[in-house]
Design a protein around this ligand. Structure first.
Ligand SMILES: Nc1ncnc2c1ncn2[C@@H]1O[C@H](COP(=O)(O)OP(=O)(O)O)[C@@H](O)[C@H]1O
Ligand SMILES: [Mg+2]
Length: 274
């Protein structure tokens, strides 16, 4: 029997914490564990998942799907062993565009995405505007990624709370770019999350690693560019945790039904019950 699909948004509150980098590399790492993975660029305004994946020229993208001018299969590209659904950069106001997207269209798109894959990772934008709400509400699970600083933690906390309101659940936290002298320690991060949320285990700490930006310059995701560097090793370990192949307990939320996801999304966007 086909495994039930899992949808996970990768979100943080702040920009620059490493969401896009993690979406691309965790996706590839899950793919190399033999999983069927799709990654979607939910950052409709900034749209740089394609760039990190080394895909600069995708004529049609997810925006065309949202506006009804293309199907998911037209914008699903295979790269590094996984399916990639990039979003193209447009100057058009994303809020305006989203307000024109029909509810039936959103239902169709999510249904199609979940049918074509085992893991759907969604790169969420920073902030809490419409595109972030869509990205988080469209997924059953949320993987928060923060940096080891207080402002980053506070914004990450807010995003986790938002996700919970939307019915998307975080099982644990990724702390990215660790190892600098002035950073909060992992113990302090855990204490903060314990105080504010009850408990939020750290699933992974990914060290600050110059290979990440070197890979980015070369247009090759770091787990492919330098599989043995510290950041790649951490991301590969995280993939095992997320896939349930590690000792660390991670209980996934499996999609019960596509319709349930859609209802959550409509409720999030309109405040109405679908
Ligand atoms: N572990 C890391 N070590 C070094 N640089 C990193 C690491 N993770 C991310 N970066 C760099 O940080 C910058 C922001 O990352 P990005 O994934 O675009 O963040 P976001 O999507 O959250 O805005 C990029 O230049 C990326 O290469
Ligand atoms: Mg990003």
């Amino acid at each position: 029997m086909r495994a039930r699909p899992r949808s996970i948004s990768i979100a943080s509150g702040k920009g620059g914490t490493g969401k896009t980098t993690l979406t691309a590399n965790l996706g590839i790492a899950l793919g190399s564990l033999g999983r069927d993975v799709s990654i979607l660029d939910g950052d409709l305004a900034m749209a740089n998942l394609g760039i990190i994946m080394g895909m600069h020229k995708c004529e049609v993208s997810f925006l065309d799907v949202l506006t009804g001018n293309a199907d998911i299969k037209d914008v699903t590209y295979e790269n590094h062993g996984i399916k990639v659904i990039p979003t193209g950069f447009r100057f058009e106001d994303v809020h305006d565009m989203l307000s024109k997207v029909k509810r039936e269209r959103v239902e169709e798109i999510i249904g199609e995405l979940l049918r074509q894959t085992e893991f759907l990772l969604i790169d969420a934008p920073a902030g809490i505007a419409d595109a972030t709400i869509i990205s988080i509400a469209a997924a059953r699970e949320m993987l928060p990624v923060c940096n080891p600083t207080y402002p980053s933690l506070v914004d990450c906390y807010k995003t986790i709370r938002l996700a919970n309101v939307l019915g998307s659940w975080a099982r644990g936290l990724v702390v990215n770019r660790t190892g600098k002298a002035a950073d909060l320690s992992l113990g302090e991060v855990e204490q903060f999350m314990g105080r504010t949320l009850g408990a939020m285990p750290i699933l992974s700490d990914i060290p600050e690693d110059p290979k990440v930006q070197e890979a980015e310059r070369e247009g090759v995701p770091v787990v492919v560019y330098e599989p043995e560097c510290a950041a790649s090793l951490a991301i590969n370990e995280l993939a095992k945790v997320v896939a349930g192949e590690a000792d660390l307990t991670y209980v996934p939320y499996e999609e019960r039904a596509v319709v349930e996801t859609t209802k959550r999304l409509i409720r999030a966007l309109t405040g109405r019950r679908a």
